[in-house]
Design a protein around this ligand. Structure first.
Ligand SMILES: *Cc1c(COP(=O)(O)O)cnc(C)c1O
Length: 382
C-alpha cells in the first residue's frame, strides 16, 4: 500500500461552527431554546416545509411520529427490510409490529408491487418508507399501494436532504419526514434529527412529545412572563435537540448546498471511471424527475465480502447499507422465521451491496485511489 488510507467517511464542518458554539456556551442557555427555534425555521426554509421540529436523532423522530399518530397498540407497520436497525427499533419501541417489505432490485427501494404484496399479508396501520442512499422514493405511489392515507406514512429521510422528485424537495410536502444529523450524514451535527410536516397539529404533538409530553418547554417557562405551571398531556420521550447542536446545525446548513454540489461532482467522477466495468451493477438512479441526494455511492458486486477485505488491505475503507433487518438475531426472534423469509430479493441483493467512500472532503486524488483499488479487485475476478 502506498500513500495514506482512505476512510469511509469524514464529517465536514463549516468554518462558522466554532464561533457559533462558543456564543451559545456564553449565552447562559444551552438546551432547547432560541437556537433550536432558529434552526427549525432555517431547516424548514431549506426544505420548503411548513413545520420542522428538531429532535435528538432520526431514530427518535421516527418513534415520535409513530407515537403522535396514536395507532392502536400492536399495529402492523410496513417497513423495508433493507434499512437501518434504528427504524425497526422505533416501530418496536412505539409498541407496534414491523412488517417487512421487499425491494425492487433495480432501485433498492420497495416498489408499489412489493408494498402491495406486504399489505396483502397483513392490513397495515402505517408505513415507513426510506430514501435509500439518497434516492427519493415515490411516496404517493407507495402510499396508494399500501392502501393507506398520507397521514399514516412516515418518510425515513436520513439519506434524503438535497433530494427531490418532480421538483418537490424531500420533506417539503410530507405529512411526516424524519431527518438525521448523525456524524456520517449529508449535514452532520454529530447527533440530531428533525421531523418535517405539512400538518401543524401533528407537528405540535411531536413538539410536545419530544420533551416528556410537557405542555410548555423550560425555555418558555423561564422566559420573562413565563409560568412555572405545566401539564403532561401525553407520555413523551426525552428526545429534544440542544441549542448547542442547533447552533452547529445553523452554521452547517449554509455549507450544505456546496457540499451537495461536491457530492454530485464525485459521483460523476466515479461514474466516468466505473460504469460499464464487467461484474459491476449500480442501482438505477438517473430516472427522469429525480434529484438524488448522493448520500451513498452504492454498487453491487459478486464476492462482496472478499472485496471488502481486499479494499481494506489496499487502504480503502468501505461499508454496507444495509445488512437486512430480517437477518438480525433480535428481529428473527421477535418477528419469526416466516416473516423474515418474506423478502427474497433483499436477501439476494443484500449480499452484493457495497458503499464506496463519498463525502465532500474526499479529494480527487483519494477518490482516484479508491477507483484504482476497486477496479483492481474487480479485474481480479475477471
Ligand atoms: C442513520 C440512519 C437512521 C438513524 O439516524 P440517527 O439520527 O442516528 O438516529 C435511520 N434510518 C436510516 C436509513 C439511517 O441511515
Amino acid at each position: 500500500m502506498t500513500g495514506s488510507s482512505v476512510p469511509f467517511t469524514v464529517p465536514s464542518f463549516a468554518g462558522e461552527v466554532p464561533d457559533a458554539v462558543v456564543k451559545v456556551l456564553d449565552s447562559g442557555w444551552v438546551t432547547t431554546g432560541p437556537q433550536t427555534a432558529g434552526f427549525e425555521q432555517d431547516f424548514a426554509d431549506y426544505l420548503g416545509a411548513a413545520q420542522v421540529v428538531a429532535v435528538a436523532s432520526c431514530t427518535a423522530a421516527l418513534e415520535l411520529c409513530l407515537r403522535a399518530m396514536e395507532l392502536p397498540p400492536g399495529s402492523a407497520v410496513l417497513t423495508p427490510s433493507l434499512t437501518f436497525c434504528g427504524a425497526i427499533n422505533a416501530i418496536l419501541h412505539a409498541g407496534h409490529r414491523p412488517v417487512l417489505v421487499d425491494i425492487d432490485e433495480d432501485t433498492l427501494v420497495p416498489s408499489p408491487e412489493t408494498v402491495a404484496a406486504a399489505a396483502a399479508r397483513v392490513a397495515p396501520a402505517a408505513m415507513i418508507v426510506q430514501n435509500q442512499g439518497g434516492y427519493p422514493v415515490d411516496v404517493a405511489a407507495l402510499t396508494e399501494a399500501a392502501g393507506l392515507d398520507r397521514t399514516r406514512v412516515i418518510e425515513d429521510a436520513a439519506h434524503g436532504p438535497g433530494a427531490a422528485r418532480d421538483g418537490a424537495t424531500v420533506g417539503s410536502s410530507s405529512f411526516a419526514a424524519c431527518f438525521s444529523f448523525y456524524a456520517t450524514k449529508n449535514m452532520p451535527i454529530g447527533e440530531g434529527g428533525a421531523v418535517a410536516s405539512s400538518d401543524q397539529d401533528f407537528a405540535d404533538r411531536v413538539r410536545a412529545m419530544r420533551l416528556h409530553g410537557m405542555s410548555k418547554d423550560s425555555w418558555k417557562r423561564y422566559m420573562p412572563g413565563g409560568s412555572w405551571r405545566y401539564d403532561v398531556r401525553s407520555v413523551g420521550l426525552k428526545a429534544n435537540m440542544t441549542d448547542i447542536q442547533a447552533s452547529i446545525g445553523r452554521a452547517q446548513l449554509s455549507a450544505l448546498p456546496e457540499w451537495q454540489r461536491r457530492r454530485g461532482e464525485l459521483v460523476a467522477r466515479y461514474d466516468a471511471s466505473l460504469l460499464g466495468s464487467p461484474g459491476l451493477v449500480v442501482p438505477q438512479r438517473d430516472l427522469e424527475g429525480i434529484q438524488h441526494a448522493w448520500h451513498l455511492y452504492q454498487v453491487r458486486v459478486q464476492e462482496r465480502d472478499a472485496m471488502i477485505a481486499e479494499l481494506e488491505k489496499a487502504g480503502v475503507s468501505t461499508s454496507v447499507h444495509f445488512i437486512p433487518a430480517n437477518q438480525m438475531t433480535a428481529y428473527r426472534e421477535i418477528l419469526g422465521e416466516d416473516e423474515c423469509a418474506a423478502v427474497p430479493v433483499t436477501d439476494r441483493v443484500g449480499e452484493e451491496l457495497l458503499s464506496l467512500p463519498l463525502y465532500p472532503g474526499l479529494s480527487d486524488e483519494l477518490q482516484d485511489r479508491v477507483v484504482g483499488a476497486f477496479t483492481e479487485a474487480l479485474r481480479a475476478r475477471g
